[in-house]
Design a protein around this ligand. Structure first.
Ligand SMILES: *Cc1c(COP(=O)(O)O)cnc(C)c1O
Length: 364
């Protein structure tokens, strides 16, 4: 880190990228692969860009073990547009869908979907400020629902699903914006997975959608805006119009980097190690507390408090001075949040723990 005088950035998103990837992007910036141009200046119909997007898709398929009967799309509009695209495309028979409300993003998705069909909150942990994740079973789901919707990692509250709900024949849809590629997942358990890139994949501007083929092509063509139809996007290889070329290219470099370190298995090992170090310290400390149920703790977003709002503010300010930035909790809940996505090195977490110990000593 010191080579470039960089800070440890604990931002929830946009967030850190691996230095190796940034160096590669820097090296390619003015002349990508001998093309004489930057990727930013390149036609999306060029041979060079075609290879960039094809390789990105192939590498993502390899990393996540995505079966052939799933389409991989690179779209724009961020996570927020998926809140609408999912119901617009997937409400296709009963026009019913069941949502599990585990945080702000899940709630936004639910509210957006309510504009389009008969949407039910199947379970919620809102009464406990989303500090745990409901265990839902088939009995909680309407058997004729067109899909069930979950948010596998709750960025603001620091919780994650440690199980995949059993939904029988009802397709499971997951917002994986803040934990995609952080641990191994069985894609076949899902009908659709989507994730905005800016948390764990690359720069903002591209959203990944992984969707089972039989779930697309049911949106009424005379009603759905063309861009929002997964079928149109799939038929055109995410190039119905100009895609977010540069974001796709950087995401592709992140996929190559992940392959080079040993894939998602190795990434998960590192993430579990980093999170365990931080939670173990928080649990052993007399100053800091984690508000989250132990079995539901996120590997990516570690939320903690001192119990004193002024002391929390002091912590965040002094941490910043020490080169540990963006540690304040989401504006809706306060406290602290350390987002330790894939690109946060182990040394960043060690440095944070040393700082926390020093702060605890000084503020007894
Ligand atoms: C950040 C985030 C979103 C929203 O993403 P935008 O790209 O800003 O619309 C949705 N869901 C989760 C879980 C997130 O972390």
């Amino acid at each position: 880190m010191s080579k470039y005088d960089r800070v440890y950035n604990f931002s929830a998103g946009p967030s850190m990228l691996p230095v190796e990837v940034l160096e590669k992007v820097q090296k390619d910036l003015l002349n990508y692969g001998g093309s004489g141009q930057s990727v930013m200046e390149m036609s999306h119909r060029s041979k060079d860009f075609k290879k960039i997007i094809d390789d990105a898709e192939a590498d993502l398929r390899e990393l996540m073990n995505i079966p052939d009967n799933y389409k991989v799309l690179f779209l724009q509009g961020g996570g927020t547009l998926q809140f609408a695209m999912v119901p617009l495309n997937l409400l296709r028979n009963s026009r019913k869908a069941d949502y599990v409300i585990t945080g702000t993003w899940a709630k936004k998705a639910y509210k957006e979907a309510c504009k389009f069909g008969d949407i039910k909150a199947a379970a919620s942990s809102e009464e406990d400020t989303f500090t745990w994740v409901p265990k839902i079973t088939k009995e909680d789901i309407r058997p004729d629902a067109d899909y069930v919707y979950i948010t596998t990692n709750n960025t603001i509250y620091g919780t994650k699903y440690n199980y995949i709900p059993e939904t029988g024949d009802v397709p499971l849809v997951a917002d994986m914006s803040s934990n995609i590629l952080s641990e191994e997942v069985d894609v076949t358990k899902f009908g659709l997975i989507w994730a905005g890139a800016q948390k764990n994949v690359g720069p903002a501007g591209v959203t990944i959608v992984i969707v089972r083929e039989d779930l697309i092509g049911h949106a009424p063509a005379d009603h759905i805006p063309t861009y929002l139809d997964y079928k149109i996007q799939a038929e055109n290889g995410s190039m119905y119009n100009t895609p977010p070329c540069f974001s796709i290219y950087v995401a592709g470099e992140v996929f190559k980097y992940l392959k080079s370190i040993g894939g998602i298995k190795e990434m998960e090992r590192r993430n579990r190690e980093k999170a365990a170090m931080l939670y173990d310290y928080i649990d052993s400390s007399s100053l800091y507390k984690s508000p989250v149920a132990k079995e539901d703790r996120s590997l990516m977003n570690v939320v903690f408090v001192t119990g004193d709002a002024d002391l929390d503010k002091k912590f965040v300010a002094e941490a910043k001075e020490a080169g540990l930035v963006n540690l304040s909790g989401h504006r809706s809940i306060g406290g602290m949040r350390a987002s330790i996505y894939n690109a946060m090195p182990k040394e960043g977490v060690e440095t944070l723990i040393s700082f926390m110990k020093k702060f605890e000593e000084e503020n007894k």
